[in-house]
Design a protein around this ligand. Structure first.
Ligand SMILES: [Zn+2]
Ligand SMILES: [Zn+2]
Length: 299
């Protein structure tokens, strides 16, 4: 099962009972928190998300509306006696910022907090899922993520397999996600010679970004895409200046990427009513819905 629950769908300022960005991706028994704007832990409690089951947190970039809730959430996890490791993925500066906040407060966490620095193309592969990170186009370093369920056996890439001269008897081994080790001990990583199998569901989060057609290549064919729409299209110029997108632009990316369905969020606090976003996007990409707080979108 792959699904995303929206906890915050607004941009920088909280307004009209909408909160800064945060969402929870559920992939079978795994929970991933994507961005953690201020108030995220309150939204987690409100929508009864099991905090203790969150094992990885992904922070797209260091604008406050995407991570000001992180130290609060981590501290609460500590107070509640969490024991499981927590893995946090974000830009390099995230670790010193959080560590300083914890240290200054004299907090000693009862669990291991592990940080990882994001980079374009970074892939996290586990038995049943694969998460890939891609760079988007924002005022500061910013990343999107593709979550992919790995249920079906992986597909061999015939060109790549020739390139690495892997013998046929190993194909099955590769289809089930293992790396190949040659007689000389050279390791060929599985992702280099295979692709996710068909039937694997996928969700992409495109973070905060300028309208940039190359994003369509990074999210090509996903089942569900979240794309930001800070403004309506009459403010396209302002959107570009601020490295954000409009509803028309989000829908254009969805169409060009051939995704199955689009949800839009990160609304500017200047808009009270959200329907115009949906109407504008649907003219270009009919399978568009607003990303509404508290709603779970199943893939
Ligand atoms: Zn933002
Ligand atoms: Zn931003």
């Amino acid at each position: 099962m792959l699904a995303v629950t929206i906890l915050g769908n607004n941009s920088a300022l909280p307004a009209f009972d909408r909160h800064p960005t945060a969402q929870v991706v559920t992939l079978n028994e795994h929970l991933f928190l994507v961005d953690c704007g201020e108030g995220t832990q309150i939204q987690i409690a409100k929508y009864r998300i099991r905090r203790s089951r969150i094992q990885k947190i992904f922070i797209s970039h260091l604008h406050g509306d995407h991570y000001f809730g992180l130290v609060g959430l981590i501290t609460t996890m500590g107070l509640l006696g969490r024991e499981n490791d927590l893995h946090v993925y974000g830009p390099a500066e995230l670790e010193p910022i959080i560590q300083l906040q914890l240290k200054a407060g004299g907090n000693h966490l009862p669990f291991k907090l592990q940080f990882y620095t994001l980079h374009d193309g970074m892939t996290i592969t586990e038995d049943k899922f694969e998460i890939t990170c891609f760079k988007v186009f924002h005022r500061i370093e910013c990343y999107g993520f593709v979550f992919r369920e790995v249920r079906a056996p992986r597909r061999i890439n015939p060109d790549k397999i020739k390139l690495y001269s892997i013998p046929t008897p190993y194909y099955d081994w590769l289809r089930w996600g293992h790396d190949f080790v040659s007689e000389s001990g050279e390791v060929i990583a599985n992702e280099l010679v295979t692709e996710p199998g068909s039937g694997s569901k996928s969700y992409a989060y495109a973070a905060d970004t300028l309208f940039e057609r190359s994003i369509a290549c990074r999210v090509k064919g996903v089942d569900l895409l979240y794309h930001e729409t800070t403004y309506l299209h009459d403010l396209a110029e302002k959107a570009t200046k601020r490295f954000h997108s409009t509803a028309v632009q989000a829908a254009t990316i969805a169409k060009e990427a051939g995704v199955h369905r689009l949800i839009i969020g990160h609304f500017s606090s200047k808009y009270e009513k959200l329907d115009p976003f949906e109407e504008e996007a649907r003219e270009i990409f009919p399978s568009t819905d607003l990303a509404l707080e508290g709603v779970t979108y199943r893939v």
